[in-house]
Design a protein around this ligand. Sequence first.
Ligand code: PMP
Length: 386
Amino acid sequence: MNPIFADMPTTIFDVVSGLARQHGAVNLGQGFPESDGPEDIRAKAAEATMAGSNQYPPMRGLPELRAAVAEHYRRFQGLDLSSEEVVVTSGATEALAASLLALVSPGDEVVLIQPMYDAYLPLVRLAGGVPRFVSLKPPAWRLTEAALAEAFSERTRVVVFNDPLNPAAHAFDEGEIALLADFCRRFDVVAVCDEVWEHVLFDGRAHHPLIAQPGMRERAVKIGSAGKIFSMTGWKVGFACAAPRLIEAVAKAHQVLTFTTPPNLQAAVAYGLAKPADHFAAMRGDFQRSRDRLAAGLKDAGFVTLASEGAYFLSIDLAASGIAVDDQTFCRRAVVEAGVAAIPVSAFYTEEAVTNVARLCFAKSDATLDAGVERLAKARLLMRGP
Ligand code: PMP
């Protein structure tokens, strides 16, 4: 077996979900909503399945979806993209794979910002890239000039930038984005921007895409995910958007990875992206209410939580909550002994940088959240320090 895969452990999400099933646990681990997504968009997919074509759609995506993606980003983020600059992929994961395989050559250095989504590192290695890490730390998870200066070099070709950042639930501010753009320009680096959480932002925050920064239009690939935009994570429909020089390369990799993406889902996503702004505001409002319910319950149970600015996640600071064990131990014992699943944030690092944070997903019903809090309170009592 290729050593990149032979040495790779099973993803933490599968491990925790497996334990959760085995122990009948409340699953606040893996990040997927308990609800089933907007009914009208699902009806569109059903209609497209019955009345539309189910044969190979065009390789770069249905023209109506490519146009809808460009128009959506014009409307919500003020971007000026043409539909020729959009390639539809089978989930953001495929867009990430296509971008990294197309843009990284053997020996190129790639800057990865930790905590990081688990697909990045094996994809960089498959492309022959050499990873250079920037490690962000709680509670603020801030990107600093000193950390970027240590990671970027004349050999850096690509940086992967996830904003809002999973699992930290940190939305980078304009100062951090301008700083990263400055490094990309100075070192002539392409940014692969994983913006799957761009619509899931709280407390009135706006998303600031890196591609809108001066000089970044020609050196950024912006990646989105319909699964996240419409809270239907099983719909693996993603998109990569970039200037012609970059998107041509991404399209070539996409051609040999999946070639196309199911046309019925593409048609429904095109319909969904055209929905009015209040649809997206209502979605954010619902998640924000769930976030606040979980945060209040945890506070009452004696936990200290970190800020949750975006995505479906709220994290517990274990040490500040008086818990005497590290995150891996806490999560393993919580699922087995207290019947609640959480994700240890150390799994998103290559080194032991952060070992005291457990991530919880709040995209769940009130009943699930309340049951989760009750069981977490039990876990805290079991593992409380002296
Ligand atoms: N990037 C990040 C940061 C994610 O959180 C996820 C999904 N959890 C993805 C990419 C994958 O998106 P998709 O399901 O569209 O492939």
